[in-house]
Design a protein around this ligand. Structure first.
Ligand code: NI
Length: 197
C-alpha cells in the first residue's frame, strides 16, 4: 500500500461540489486504487479536524464519504461516532421532527449557519469491504450523517439555511450565537440521548 496523501479540499463555488456523485460499483470498491483513495479521504478529514468528508470535497465525484467524531475541537458538543466509511449511502427520514443545527463545512470556509435537520434517520450503505450498514441515528449524530450524505448529492448546508441572518463566522458564532445554540444542544441531547449513541 502506498503512503496516505492529504488532499486539497474543494471550496464552495467549485462545480465538483454541486454535481451528484457516481455510484460505486463492487469491482471499483475492491480495487487497490479505490481503497487507497479511501485512505486519503480519512487522512484528509483527520488533518482538517472534520467530523466527516465526502469524496467530491477532494475532487473525486464518487459516492463515498467518511465520518468520525472523537473529541473534535470544531464541534465539542457532538456525540462521538467511530470512523465509518459509507459507500452508496441512502438516508430515510423516520420522523417529521426537526432540530436546529448550527453547521459548518470544510468546503465553506469560516462560516456557520442554522439548518433544520431531521431528528431521526435510517442510514443504509456499504462499508469499505462491501458489507451492508443499516443503522438508526438520532439528534446531532443524525445531523452529521445528513450533512455528509447531502454532499454526495451536490448539496451544501448553506442550501438549507432558512434565515441568512443566522450566518456567522466561527469567531462571531462564539461571541454572539453559541450561548443560545447550547440551549438547543441540551434540549436535543436530553430528548434524543444523542451525546454518545
Ligand atoms: Ni461539509
Amino acid at each position: 500500500m502506498g503512503a496516505m496523501v492529504i488532499r486539497k479540499i474543494a471550496q464552495i463555488g467549485h462545480p465538483v461540489l454541486r454535481a451528484p456523485t457516481e455510484e460505486v460499483s463492487p469491482e471499483q470498491l475492491r480495487s487497490p486504487a479505490f481503497q487507497s483513495f479511501i485512505d486519503d479521504l480519512i487522512e484528509t478529514m483527520r488533518d482538517a479536524n472534520g467530523a466527516g468528508l465526502a469524496a467530491n470535497q477532494i475532487y473525486q465525484s464518487v459516492r463515498v464519504c467518511a465520518l468520525e467524531v472523537g473529541d473534535n475541537p470544531r464541534y465539542p458538543y457532538k456525540p462521538k461516532i467511530p470512523l465509518t466509511i459509507l459507500v452508496n449511502p441512502k438516508v430515510e427520514f423516520l420522523t417529521e421532527d426537526t432540530f436546529n443545527n448550527y453547521e459548518g463545512c470544510l468546503s465553506v470556509p469560516n462560516l456557520r449557519g442554522l439548518v433544520k435537520r431531521r431528528a431521526e434517520i435510517r442510514l443504509t450503505a456499504l462499508d469499505r469491504e462491501g458489507q451492508p450498514i443499516d443503522q438508526v441515528f438520532k439528534g446531532f449524530a443524525a445531523g452529521t450523517v445528513q450533512h455528509e450524505v447531502d454532499h454526495l448529492f451536490g448539496h451544501l448546508f448553506v442550501d438549507w439555511v432558512e434565515d441568512p441572518k443566522s450566518l456567522a463566522t466561527w469567531a462571531e458564532f462564539e461571541r454572539f450565537h453559541k450561548a443560545e445554540f447550547m440551549e438547543e444542544v441540551e434540549r436535543v441531547v436530553a430528548r434524543y440521548h444523542s451525546r454518545n449513541n
